[in-house]
Design a protein around this ligand. Structure first.
Ligand code: R5P
Length: 284
C-alpha cells in the first residue's frame, strides 16, 4: 500500500498508478498545541507499506516519522520510505565550524522507522550513505525532456555548473538531439549572491535549455538566463527535477525573460509538468 505524506499526495497517486499498488487514505490532523497526528485507517497487515513523503519542511519531517510508525502499528511486514524530495540534502557537510551535517541527522532519523529508502535525484548521491538502512537514489532527469517543445532550434542543454552536467546530458539524450555544455558558478555563502562565469559555447540564435537538480531561490537560474540573454540566445527554457521555487524565485525567472519553467512533481508546484513517479516505480 502506498501511504502518502500530506504534501506529496499527487506524487503518491501517480506512484500508485505506475507501480500498480493501492493508494491508502491517510488522515492528517493537528492538535490545538500544533502537534501533528496522522491516521492510516486501512489494514496493511502482512503487506509492504510504501511511505511517500517529500520532506519539504519540518512538519513533513515529523509526518514521515509518524507515517512509518503508523504503518508498523497497522502490521506492515515491510516499510519502504520514498523521499521524492529529500529536505536538508544540500547540507551534506558542516560548512562552517559548529554546524551539523544536517542531511546525516535527518537520514538517521528516517532510518529508524523503515527497512529501505529511495530518494530522487539528490544534490549529492553520497547522502544515501548517511542512512543506516539500504538506501538508493534514482535519477529523474530523463523525464524532463517530456514537456519541452518538439522543435527546439539547434538546442543547447546547459547546466549552470559542472556538477549538473550529467543531468543536462541525460535530458539531451532523452530529447534526442542537441549539444551540452556547462557554466561555472560561485556562491558567496554569506550573502548568497551568485556569480556565473559563462563558457565560450555559442548560444546566439539558439534555443537553450538550462538544467539543474533544484531551483530554490532562483538566483542560479536567473543569473544564468541573464548571461544567455546578453549573448542573444533565441529562447531560454529552464527545467529542474525539484522545483522548490522558494520565495520570489518564479518572479525572478519571469523577470529574467525565460520562455518557460518546468519541473517534476517531487515538489508539487504550478510548474510540475511531468511526473517522476514512473522512475521510482521501476526502482520499487
Ligand atoms: C547547487 O549547486 C544546486 O545544484 C542548485 O544549483 C542550487 O541549489 C540552486 O539554488 P538557487 O535556486 O537558490 O540558486
Amino acid at each position: 500500500m502506498i501511504i502518502p505524506g500530506a504534501e506529496t499526495q499527487a506524487f503518491a497517486a501517480a506512484l500508485s498508478e505506475a507501480a500498480d499498488e493501492r493508494l491508502g487514505r491517510v488522515e492528517y490532523e493537528r492538535f490545538a498545541d500544533g502537534e501533528h497526528v496522522v491516521r492510516v485507517p486501512e489494514a496493511v497487515a502482512g503487506e509492504r507499506a510504501v511511505v511517500v513523503a517529500s520532506t519539504v519542511d519540518s512538519d513533513a519531517h515529523v509526518q514521515v516519522l509518524q507515517l512509518q510508525d503508523a504503518a508498523r502499528e497497522a502490521g506492515a511486514s515491510e516499510v519502504v520510505t520514498v523521499l521524492p524530495y529529500m529536505g536538508y540534502a544540500r547540507q551534506d557537510q558542516a560548512f562552517k565550524p559548529g554546524e551539523p551535517v544536517s542531511s546525516r541527522a535527518m537520514a538517521r532519523a528516517v532510518s529508524t522507522g523503515t527497512d529501505r529508502v529511495i530518494t530522487v535525484s539528490p544534490h549529492e548521491p553520497a547522502v544515501c550513505d548517511f542512512f543506516t538502512v539500504p538506501a538508493t537514489h534514482v535519477d529523474a532527469a530523463s523525464v524532463l525532456a517530456d514537456p519541452l517543445p518538439d522543435a527546439l532550434d539547434d538546442p543547447l542543454f546547459l547546466s549552470p555548473d559542472e556538477g549538473a552536467i550529467d543531468l543536462a546530458e541525460t535530458v539531451r539524450a532523452a530529447y534526442g538531439g542537441g549539444e551540452t555544455d556547462f557554466f561555472e558558478k560561485d556562491r558567496d555563502y554569506d550573502s548568497g549572491d551568485i556569480t556565473i562565469t559563462p563558457s565560450d559555447a555559442a548560444v546566439a540564435g539558439r534555443d537553450v535549455v538550462l538544467v539543474d537538480d533544484i531551483i530554490a531561490t532562483g538566483s542560479t537560474m536567473s543569473e544564468s538566463v541573464a548571461v544567455l540573454n546578453d549573448r542573444d540566445a533565441k529562447r531560454v527554457f529552464v527545467t529542474c527535477v525539484h522545483p522548490m521555487l522558494a520565495s520570489n524565485a518564479l518572479t525572478k525567472l519571469s523577470s529574467a525573460g525565460v520562455e518557460a519553467v518546468y519541473g517534476t512533481d517531487t515538489l508539487e508546484r504550478a510548474v510540475s509538468e511531468v511526473s517522476a513517479a514512473p522512475v521510482v516505480a521501476d526502482e520499487l
